[in-house]
Design a protein around this ligand. Structure first.
Ligand SMILES: Cc1ncc(COP(=O)(O)O)c(C=O)c1O
Length: 389
């Protein structure tokens, strides 16, 4: 008999859509993949070379549970440079196999079953899954299209109760590509100080910003560092999804508990990928700059193209590599329309509903694909919609 708690765990439906698309491809149908949340670029060569050298140099053993101290030092330096924040590599940083474990471990280490966790709706589906899994209550914080998929701090204030233990923030945001403003962060900081809860700040898209937009971390605001856990990683910034490398930046007491959870689960993160991670953070950053430049061109292509199609509209996201397009005029649910596009336009997308109830009526398109494929997808979508008339 499977344990009861497993009935409360969720998943990421991206993998289900991918399976449907693969079935079509097995029948010889060409599908354009706009569902996948990963850069289509190869990992930069200097990072691959560093991993190869590390293997030759014998980085094939266990490392300390929190990670190689050299890797933690590189993370501390990088964080100081890009976020202006100082963390002690020996006491406040843990290297994980991916950024995702930080979500799970943060919720395990801090949240009791009686607690409430405020999560963005729409939001990355694993937040809600993990909160439900441990038996706590997810409280939904609606992100509104009219606010460029940000939230109203007054609404956040109304959602706080004496059970609120944690707020999850994700800027730049998946699935909407939205970015919180400095004044949003100021308002959130005030609310957090007044009400004494922790914040998990998911910053995996912090380097993927457009049009001069600046990244803010809630930890930069007064009195916030001591109540913030930053989750960041390498997957999106350095096209390293398959390497499984991420990290936490958190106060010492929380970090100690993360280390215990790592020792009890994975022991440590792969040694030679940690060495590659040092190269990623400390080596040349021009590959990041050119990836972001390419993403910006693709964003403009997909946003302009979608807005030209009758029945679809979308805002111009300021970060990440997703657009959340409004498809309410089609009259179909987001799941129906996503299936319709897969089978009739051969374009894979994700229903917004898979990211929370606020996503009903929206589709998430990932533009981590070439401009050529994006243009072809747009043509296919337009002709599939014309067939509906
Ligand atoms: C918002 C968000 N956080 C975290 C992750 C997980 O990152 P990683 O692949 O490094 O575990 C993702 C991946 O899609 C994401 O979109």
């Amino acid at each position: 008999m499977i344990a009861e708690r497993m009935s409360r765990i969720g998943t990421e439906t991206a993998f289900k859509v991918l399976a449907k698309a693969k079935e079509m491809e097995a029948k010889g149908i060409e599908v354009i993949h706009l569902e996948i949340g990963e850069p289509d670029f190869d990992t930069p060569k200097n990072i691959i070379d560093a991993a190869k050298r590390a293997l030759d140099e014998g980085y094939t053993h266990y490392t300390p549970s929190p990670g190689l101290i050299e890797a933690r030092e590189a993370i501390a330096e990088y964080t100081k440079k890009y976020k202006g924040l100082e963390y002690d590599p020996a006491k406040e940083i843990v290297v994980f196999p991916g950024a995702k474990p930080v979500m799970f471990f943060n919720i395990l280490a801090l949240v009791e079953p009686k607690d409430e966790v405020i999560i963005p709706n729409t939001g990355f589906p694993i937040y809600e899954s993990m909160v439900n899994f441990i038996g706590a209550k997810p409280v939904s914080l609606p992100l509104k299209e009219e606010l460029d998929f940000r939230f109203d701090p007054n609404i956040l204030n109304e959602l706080i109760s004496d059970k609120t233990k944690l707020l999850i923030l994700n800027s730049p945001h998946n699935p909407a590509g939205s970015v919180l403003s400095k004044s949003d962060f100021k308002a959130i900081a005030e609310i957090a100080s007044d009400n004494n809860f922790y914040i998990l700040s998911d910053e995996v898209y912090s380097r993927i910003l457009y049009d001069g937009e600046k990244h803010y971390s809630i930890a930069q605001f007064e009195e916030m560092k001591e109540r913030t856990i930053i989750l960041d990683g390498f997957s999106k910034t350095y096209a390293m999804t398959g390497w499984r490398l991420g990290y936490s930046l958190a106060p010492e007491e929380i970090t100690e508990n993360f280390v215990l959870l790592q020792t009890n689960s994975t022991s440590c993160t792969c040694a030679f990928t940690q060495i590659a991670g040092i190269e990623a953070l400390s080596g040349p950053q021009d590959a990041v700059d050119s990836m972001v430049k390419a993403f910006r061109e693709r964003r403009d292509a997909i946003v302009d193209g979608l807005n030209r199609i009758q029945g679809i509209s979308c805002r111009k996201p300021k970060g990440a590599f997703y657009v959340l397009a409004n498809v309410k005029e089609t009259g179909m649910s987001s799941k129906e329309f996503s299936d319709y596009l897969l089978y009739n336009a051969h374009v894979a997308s994700l229903p917004g509903e898979d990211f929370g109830s606020e996503g009903e009526g929206y589709l998430r398109f990932s533009y981590a694909n070439s401009v050529e494929n994006i243009k072809k997808a747009l043509e296919n979508i337009e002709s599939a919609l014309q067939k509906l008339d």
